[in-house]
Design a protein around this ligand. Structure first.
Ligand code: TQI
Ligand code: CA
Ligand code: ZN
Ligand code: ZN
Length: 165
């Protein structure tokens, strides 16, 4: 079942801001914007959360693509291996979601890591969800290449987010 982080960090307001700070050359920018919006929509649909996009300045959740060392303690590792990571809610880097630009990112129409699935999973972390033991959950700890097509939160993901917001 779903897990929360120790001390259950969560955003103090149900209105959470986000900003997309960098992009990948694998997908057009509008596509990345669209898929991030869809991923956040999955979480807001089933909870009290609403998301506000900001284009400049600070945001609770900063989303970006980077390769190798990129300014935190968790350098990316080239193609394969770690695909992405995100930080639990908190100040500064808290909530931020990073995607490894050495992966091939896909909107589902080409080969590659499904960005909508990855964004839904990583933004789950950004909102305070840990991993789930339920293989049907988006918050299950391993990415599976069959995670394409329709992406739906499982009952377990929904219970997890509703325990927080
Ligand atoms: N990145 C791990 C993850 O997002 C990083 C991580 C978080 C981790 N907590 C951890 C690793 C605890 C070990 C122990 O879970 S990952 C996806 C993606 C990864 C990425 O690249 O291994 C998924 C794992 F990108 F698709 F969302 C699963 Cl679903
Ligand atoms: Ca990698
Ligand atoms: Zn990072
Ligand atoms: Zn994870």
């Amino acid at each position: 079942n779903f897990q929360l982080y120790p001390f259950t960090p969560k955003w103090p307001s149900n209105v959470v801001t986000y900003r997309i700070v960098s992009y990948t050359s694998d997908l057009p920018r509008y596509k990345v914007d669209q898929l991030v919006e869809q991923a956040l929509g999955k979480w807001s649909e089933v909870s009290a959360l609403t998301f506000k996009k900001v284009l400049i300045g600070d945001a609770d959740i900063r989303i970006g693509f980077a390769r190798g060392a990129h300014g935190d303690f968790y350098p990316f590792d080239g193609p394969g291996g770690i695909l992405a990571h995100a930080f639990e809610p908190g100040i500064g880097i808290g909530g931020d979601a990073h995607f490894d630009n050495d992966e091939q990112w896909s909107d589902g129409s080409q080969l590659g890591v499904n960005f909508l699935f990855a964004a839904t999973h990583e933004l789950g972390h950004s909102l305070g969800l840990g991993h789930s033991s339920d293989p049907n959950a988006v918050m299950y700890p391993t990415y599976d290449a069959s995670n394409s097509g329709d992406i739906n939160l499982s009952e377990d993901d929904i219970k997890g987010i509703q325990a927080l917001y």
